[in-house]
Write a protein that binds this ligand. Structure first.
Ligand code: ATP
Length: 358
């Protein structure tokens, strides 16, 4: 029997609740498949760990994660600790050293879910946003001088390397090639930022020639927000910088119904390091501990993880169960207008996988 090693890092807030749900569903789908087993180890890192140890994860964390086939992540963030500490100490501290440079964020209006856009139904909004995940605006380059004085200066320097730009654009072009529409939009802000962003445009004009079957266009990020709202059917795959794609993918998640649904994969496509899968939402402290978080974002992320580790039929079964749930008239979680708990949603989806809901 095939065996895959999964490192679960639930992290903070509702991350813990949705990862627990995701692990139960993964167990069920592995049992349904019968051809593989998941060996899961859970690492209790995050803000509680920080308050006890002064770090979000131990010094040897990366060495401990390295042998795993994939990392299943919840969320990092807690009001007791500044956001930049939790983000840089956990999520980015894994993504960057593991060279997870391709952040893949699908958004689709699932059947049964009513999004905020008028006259936009399932099939009209089916996007994948590809975010550069290791450099750019979040490279960590910068500093503060004259701290606390009136003349204080704060600098955040965007770092774009030609190699980094080329590899993410090639990844997005290859991904677009696998989809029916075979269309890619390059998003930059090269009218105002005339160095790194113009390099993105220049590199794109060269690399896209290697993918002649992919139709491409280019947009400025501000215009892209308008296009996402007014003309969603014209969009297929989008590639953008770390910051721009971060913002666009939150908008995409909201337009596809709820922040609680959207998944993301942080991929090291060369598989030199484990890749990491997580819901797009954060810790949502307003609903933490109440058992009402929507687990679908975490479940859809688990589906992407199954694809990555080479279990496509289990992945397809899981996605079919998620869509059967959104399409049916069962009670939905609060963010989708119902009162269902995390446990109830999870149980319904497991029931479908196990064939009990026919
Ligand atoms: P962070 O700072 O870690 O990103 P946040 O609370 O600022 O966390 P999100 O966690 O992304 O931001 O959530 C924004 C809001 O969306 C939350 O306040 C919550 O009400 C809602 N939300 C997010 N995820 C879910 C979910 N899985 N189920 C239900 N509601 C959710």
């Amino acid at each position: 029997m095939r065996e895959h090693r999964i490192a679960a890092v639930p992290g903070d807030g509702i991350g813990q609740e949705v990862v627990r749900a995701g692990l139960e569903v993964l167990e069920a789908v592995a049992a349904w498949d019968g051809g593989f087993r998941l060996r899961v180890e859970t690492f209790p890192w995050g803000t509680d760990y920080y308050l006890d140890h002064g770090r979000m994860m131990p010094v040897d964390a990366l060495a401990r994660l390295k042998p795993f086939d994939a990392i299943y992540f919840g969320s990092a963030g807690d009001p007791r600790v500044a956001d930049h500490i939790s983000l840089w100490g956990l999520r980015l501290a894994i993504c960057q050293p593991f060279d997870q440079y391709a952040n893949v964020r699908p958004s689709r209006l699932l059947t049964g879910i009513v999004g905020p856009l008028r006259d936009v139904g399932p099939g009209d909004l089916d996007w994948v946003i590809v975010r550069e995940n290791t450099e750019g605006e979040y490279a960590g380059a910068g500093g503060r001088v004259h701290r606390g004085h009136p003349e204080e200066v704060g600098l955040d320097v965007s770092v774009f390397t030609r190699a980094g730009v080329e590899r993410i654009q090639r990844f997005a072009l290859a991904l677009a090639q696998t989809r029916p529409a075979k269309h890619l939009t390059l998003v930059t802000k090269s009218n105002a930022q005339r160095h790194g962003m113009v390099m993105w445009d220049d590199v794109f004009e060269i690399v896209r020639l290697d993918y002649p079957d992919v139709e491409t266009d280019r947009m400025l990020v501000d215009a892209m927000t308008t296009r996402m709202v007014l003309d969603p059917r014209s969009i297929d795959v989008v590639v953008a910088t770390n910051l721009h794609a971060d913002v666009l993918s939150d908008l995409a998640a909201a337009l596809s119904g709820s922040m609680g649904i959207a998944p993301t994969a942080n991929l090291n496509p060369e598989r030199k390091y484990p890749s990491m899968f997580e819901p797009i939402h954060g810790s949502a402290f307003d609903i933490m501990g109440q058992g009402i978080a929507n687990p679908i974002g975490a479940l859809w992320s688990a589906k992407m993880m199954l694809e990555h580790i080479g279990e496509p039929s289990a992945a397809a079964a899981l996605m079919a169960a998620i869509e059967a749930y959104t399409a049916c008239d069962a009670n939905k979680p609060r963010d989708l207008g119902g009162t269902a708990t995390t446990a109830e949603v999870t149980e319904t989806i497991i029931g479908t996988i196990e064939g009990r809901n026919v």
